[in-house]
Design a protein around this ligand. Structure first.
Ligand SMILES: [Zn+2]
Length: 257
């Protein structure tokens, strides 16, 4: 990190740290933060403060953004990078928040050159290095410990993109084996896809994960932080590798909390 940035960040943390009452409210309002140690919470508070200061938040489609909306988003965006550092979000400059699920129009041309259009519901979306678009309605449903988290989902896509491709295989840390990652994730993906196709499904993981490898990584990341017991119960090796990647063990926190 450059000297000037480091000085600026120190000043922000000295003068603009999220106030104690705001911070207490944020932690209490987000069960997924239960069980974090004092030092982890302090670290998360600093990261969230810097995220708030350094990223641009824009309300769209008539949404009026408030400070607490920005704070709720920042704290959850920083949970996945708690042990990785804010540098991982270097290319992520802007967040656009819309009131509700937005409809995206797709056009695709088939081999005969005929255009096919369809609409797809989106609650969050990353456009490569562009802004992350989030629906406030889905943000409000996130962080409750029920497996769903649109912010962590989009953050996972951002992390996945760091090696240039959103393919469910983020750049791994030294000592992690990319071949093992590929094998474990592809085995779990195939299994979930097979089960999602059955009539009596009993799935505990959202079948949106079987869209492709990138969505599988993003959705399992949501469960990793939101319902670690479910992910660990279904796919323990996926849980273990996500733990090595995020350098966190939310399951142990859940037991404490
Ligand atoms: Zn996605």
């Amino acid at each position: 990190m450059g000297l000037f940035r480091s000085i600026r960040r120190n000043r922000i943390l000295r003068e603009g740290l999220l106030p104690a009452d705001t911070w207490t409210w944020l932690v209490q309002d987000h069960p997924i933060l239960d069980g974090l140690s004092e030092s982890e919470l302090e670290n998360l508070r600093a990261l969230s403060t810097l995220f708030l200061h350094e990223k641009t938040f824009e309300g769209a489609d008539g949404l009026e953004l408030t400070d607490s909306m920005r704070e709720v988003i920042s704290v959850q965006a920083c949970l996945p990078i708690l042990q990785l550092g804010l540098e991982k979000y270097e290319d992520w400059k802007t967040l656009v928040i819309v009131p509700d699920v937005f409809i995206e129009e797709h056009t695709e041309f088939d081999k005969a050159g005929v255009a096919h259009e369809w609409d797809e519901d989106n609650s969050g979306e990353s456009w490569d290095t562009g802004p992350v678009v989030l629906s406030w309605k889905d943000v409000e449903a996130s962080g409750r410990g029920d497996g769903y988290n649109v912010i962590i989902h989009e953050a996972a896509h951002r992390l996945d993109l760091l090696d240039g491709e959103v393919n469910g295989r983020p750049a791994l840390h030294p000592g992690m084996d990319p071949r093992e990652w590929r094998e474990v994730f592809s085995k779990a993906f195939q299994d979930l896809r097979k089960r999602a196709g059955r009539k009596k499904r009993g799935l505990r993981i959202d079948d949106y994960a079987v869209q492709d490898d990138a969505e599988f990584f993003a959705v399992t990341s949501e469960y990793f932080f939101e319902q670690p017991d479910v992910l660990h119960g279904e796919y323990p090796d996926v849980y273990r590798l996500l733990g090595a990647y995020y350098r966190q063990d939310p399951l142990s926190r859940a037991k404490v909390g």
